[in-house]
Ligand binder design. Structure first.
Ligand code: S6P
Ligand code: ZN
Length: 191
């Protein structure tokens, strides 16, 4: 057995940054082409304003193996593409029965979940909210506020990430601003 030594990381509760920084995953609008409902709006923003940063992930460096508990923070910057709020790509776990825990640290948003059968659930999140992603649910987070939405996540080391299914079919519902309110509406592009 290869015995790992105990260690710790420091989490900036207001910044969401975990140190030491092993690596940072940055997703810009161009990384999410085709994921927002309004493709024309995506292309307009890219042409007129450039490639805006949508979210960043700060992971703790650990082996992606059974027995470990992977953990990270996600910072979703505020904004919209047309009327649709900034969000993560969203994924199923490759091992579909692997659950996950999210803890809201700053800002406001929603956890959107969807099953293989297309059932959708939405969980509002604010600082202090512990949101549970049960086995078999794809998950995406959305910043519906005007500040960065920051949360901590922990999940089993052997979960794996399946992005392809969501890239192909999308989420059945999207979070948009309608008449100044946050609304969960049918995704016109959902297959
Ligand atoms: C990992 C966990 C989160 C996300 C992160 C970015 O299982 O759910 O750390 O990776 O919020 O979202 P995505 O969908 O781009 O991985
Ligand atoms: Zn996950």
């Amino acid at each position: 057995m290869n015995l790992m030594q105990p260690f710790k990381s420091e989490l900036g509760l207001t910044t969401g940054i975990i140190t030491p920084v092993s690596h940072v995953i940055r997703r810009s609008l161009s990384d999410m082409r085709g994921m927002y409902a309004d493709d024309a709006a995506t292309e307009r923003i890219l042409a007129q304003e450039g490639d805006r940063l949508i979210y960043e992930v700060y992971p703790v460096d650990l082996p992606e193996e059974e027995g470990h508990i992977l953990h990270s923070t996600t910072i979703i910057y505020p904004g919209r593409v047309s009327d649709e709020y900034h969000m993560t790509k969203g994924h199923f776990h490759v091992k579909r029965d692997r659950a996950e825990i999210y803890l809201g640290l700053a800002g406001h948003g929603y956890l959107l979940l969807q099953t293989d059968a297309g059932e959708v659930s939405s969980v509002p999140m604010q600082p202090g909210t512990i949101a549970y992603v049960p086995p078999y649910w794809a998950h995406r987070t959305v910043n519906t506020g005007s500040e960065p939405f920051i949360f901590f996540a922990a999940w089993p080391g052997d979960s794996g990430h399946d992005y392809g299914t969501i890239e192909k079919i999308g989420f059945a519902k999207i979070m948009v601003e309608r008449d100044g309110q946050v609304a969960l509406v049918a995704n016109p592009k959902y297959i």
